[in-house]
Design a protein around this ligand. Structure first.
Ligand code: SF4
Ligand code: SF4
Length: 506
């Protein structure tokens, strides 16, 4: 394109045009060489995060203990639901089509609770982002939590950053190979236990542990443990920050959702620049020349689990874990400068401080109010529906073909599939009646009792499917489609549930 645009403009001098063309060809060749030297894919630089102490590190430890404790131990928590019912507090019962969460029991028909939970989860994520950036990424995301755990194991076995770097740069030795072997073995053990804990949410945990140990568990349990062992080992042990940088969509979404009021881990360059060594800065200050607080020690980079230099500004690789704040605070304390050269702050406040104005922090704003309102409304609807949830139900499905049958005695018959739900934890009996069709008579296919109102027994926490025939000998108007109401009533308490379908005629 460049050649095509330039050549005609070379004028009438063929020598000048020739030399210009030659120059452009050389330039193009040089650019091609450069492109060959700088491949599109840049290999990963291994990160050796240094141990750090401080407020944010403590917060991360506490969250790590709580989240991992919940994940590994929750399947063993018991919850009494009465005789014959599973007593595991949190259980996904795939065979029985139920999800148990302490006192809550969700049936497949109530999958809208899952929708509500997903809305609340999304809004909570947006709210965290609007208040303080990637709180989820830095503290709560499973990728962060397990990577933190795996890095801790790595430091136990291979030493802190300096020791680990030196060993990796040195020759292979028995000590190096042994440490590498121990580290990967421990990683695999944690990954295996992580996969093992996952399957415990899908069956009675103590029984499944016993079955797994005696190789009597179903094959699918071993397959899932194998899959989760490998993914945990690969994601938290080998890929680490690569998952956040290249696989996870949230950093991109978060970048699009953030605004100028959201707090983010920020290097206060108004305070830090111009940076220089402690001696150089002291010498400058002694001469009355201003110098920044950053002593260019690179501690903030060395502790970073994703290898980011936060001093270069906002970065998609920064998971905002706050560890660089701890590292820099320690340095500032040692050099006698105020802490929080790196802090949760906004770009706007840096500009305000530079202009001599006081910083502004605004957590309550339209965006956060909207997120809180949606969470509150959806949460309230879910609580209300849970509190007023019925322990019985009926669903009816009309036969598609034939939609009606003319009997030999002139009567009309429609057939339906009827599901009766008993969500109570005891056996119940229901009477089945219909309304809306003159002279209608109800029979249940396979029921030996043909006279009177059919009685349906449904076991505790069960559904019963019936094939029901509704027959009438009454005269119906031509091309009739009458609404028909199916009513089930508990024979003991008298509680009734209704649902409407149609009764068709010729
Ligand atoms: S730059 Fe700081 S906050 Fe961001 S990931 Fe690195 S250590 Fe964590
Ligand atoms: S830790 Fe603080 S002082 Fe050291 S390089 Fe980072 S910002 Fe500068």
């Amino acid at each position: 394109m460049e050649l095509a645009r330039t050549t005609p403009g070379s004028g009438d001098n063929p020598q000048a045009a020739g030399s210009q063309l030659h120059g452009l060809v050389q330039q193009a060749e040089a650019e091609l060489d450069l492109a060959e030297e700088q491949p599109l894919y840049v290999g990963r630089t291994k990160i050796y995060p240094q141990r750090v102490r401080g407020t944010f590190r403590r917060a991360k430890w506490i969250i790590l203990y709580i989240t991992l404790g919940i994940y590994y131990l929750l399947p063993f928590v018991r919850w009494n639901r009465g005789p014959g019912m599973p007593d595991q507090a949190v259980l996904v019962d795939l065979q029985g089509n139920r999800f148990y969460f302490f006192f809550i029991e969700i049936w497949p028909q109530e999958v809208y609770y899952l929708t509500g939970l997903l809305i609340i989860a999304a809004m909570t994520l947006f709210l965290m982002n609007a208040v303080a950036g990637r709180l989820w990424c830095g503290y709560l995301c499973p990728q962060t939590v397990w990577t933190d755990l795996f890095q801790t194991i790595e430091r136990w076995v291979e030493g802190d950053r300096r020791e680990h770097l030196q060993r990796d740069a040195g020759p292979w030795s028995v000590d190096r190979i042994a440490r590498l072997g121990i580290k990967h073995f421990l990683w695999l053990m944690v990954a295996w236990w992580t996969g093992g804990a996952w399957v415990l949410y899908f069956a009675d945990a103590p029984t499944l542990v016993k079955d797994l140990a005696t190789f009597e568990a179903p094959l699918i349990a071993y397959v899932w443990i194998g899959i989760l062992t490998l993914t945990t080992y690969a994601f938290a042990g080998l890929m680490r920050e690569q998952v956040c940088l290249y696989m996870c969509p949230w950093p991109r979404i978060q970048a699009a959702l953030t605004d100028e009021w959201a707090l983010n881990v920020t290097y206060r360059y108004d305070r830090g620049e111009p940076r220089g060594s402690v001696k150089k800065s002291a010498a400058l200050r002694a001469k009355g020349i201003p110098s920044g607080d950053c002593v260019d020690c690179l501690q903030c980079v060395h502790v970073c689990p994703t290898g980011v230099d936060i001093r270069n500004g906002p970065n998609l690789g920064c998971i905002q874990c706050g560890l660089c704040i701890d590292a820099c605070d320690a340095i500032m304390t040692r050099v006698g400068r105020p802490p929080r050269l790196i802090a949760y702050d906004t770009e706007m406040n840096i500009k305000r401080r530079t202009g001599g104005l006081a910083p502004i922090y605004r957590i309550a704003r339209w965006r956060t109010a909207l997120y809180v309102a949606v969470i509150a409304i959806v949460g309230a609807i879910m609580l209300f529906t849970l509190a007023t949830r019925r322990a019985e139900g009926v669903n009816v499905l009309h036969d598609r073909n034939p939609i009606f049958v003319r009997l030999s005695d002139g009567g009309l018959r429609n057939a339906y599939s009827v599901h009766v739900l008993n969500k109570a934890h005891e056996m119940r009996q229901f009477n089945l009646t219909v309304e809306g069709v003159p002279g209608a008579h109800v029979t249940i296919v396979g029921d030996t009792v043909t006279a009177g109102t059919p009685v349906i027994a449904v076991g505790p926490d069960q559904t019963r499917e019936l094939r029901v025939l509704v027959t009438t000998n009454a005269e119906l108007p031509p091309a009739a489609s009458l609404p028909i109401t199916f009513i089930i009533s508990d024979s003991k308490s008298g509680i009734k549930v209704r649902t409407v379908d149609h009764f068709f005629g010729p």
